[in-house]
Design a protein around this ligand. Structure first.
Ligand code: ATP
Length: 199
């Protein structure tokens, strides 16, 4: 899957609108310590639906919004857009180019969009879930993450493989359906008790 473009504005150290055009091949981001290289990866993780502040190296989600510097006031919102080339139809959507966007306001409100149309976080997660870039993505290997994978419990390792294979989405749906079935069975039992009582 070819990630074509990443646009950030008000996200972490990127106060101004910044656009990364990712040409085919290998892209390397270089810079001194603390200059914001990892923030670019955080922006990628975030726009693809990351919900954990810790995974984004912050204490709370609001920490992704530009907090201001001595020369620049803090901003009220963080916005990231990622454009994916879909000419190989790897995403189940009828567009050759797909832009997913995420905005977070200081009030805590969030907005998500696919190709400019507002959507739910779940829509973005489902769109990406068969690509290995979903909720628990394993295509971004962060510092120290290899150790975590190597030391994972058999259950966690199974869940990594299931996510990569696109099975996890169906497991979640199955679990949801099983919960509904159990509730239905309880209702049926109650109905049968009531019927016995009145007959
Ligand atoms: P290293 O090479 O040491 O890993 P790096 O280039 O990857 O560094 P990052 O960790 O991406 O750097 O960026 C850290 C910088 O981002 C710090 O200067 C930090 O102050 C800044 N930063 C993080 N969050 C925010 C925020 N919400 N507002 C403003 N600046 C922020």
């Amino acid at each position: 899957m070819y990630l074509k473009r990443l646009e950030v504005r008000g996200f972490k150290s990127f106060a101004s609108a910044t656009r990364f055009d990712l040409e085919p091949g290998v892209t390397a981001i270089v810079g001194p310590n603390g200059s914001g290289k990892s923030n670019v990866v955080d922006a990628l993780t975030w726009v693809m639906g990351e919900q954990g502040a810790r995974a984004l190296r912050g204490g709370k989600m609001e920490d992704v919004i530009f907090a201001g510097t001595s020369s620049r006031p803090a901003l009220g919102r963080a916005q990231v857009s990622l454009t994916i080339d879909n000419s190989d139809e790897v995403l189940p959507i009828e567009y050759t180019e797909v832009t997913i966007s995420r905005t977070l306001f200081r009030s805590g409100a969030s907005e998500y969009a696919i190709n400019g149309t507002a959507c739910r976080l779940l829509d973005i997660q489902e769109l990406l879930s068969d690509t290995g870039m979903g909720r628990q993505m394993h295509v971004i290997v962060g510092q120290g993450q290899l150790d975590r994978i190597l030391q994972a419990t058999p259950e966690d390792r199974r869940s990594f493989i299931e996510e990569a294979a696109g099975v996890l989405k169906f497991r979640r749906r199955k679990e949801k359906t099983e919960r509904k079935l159990a509730a239905l069975e309880a209702n049926l039992l109650r109905l049968s008790d009531l019927t016995k009582e009145v007959s």
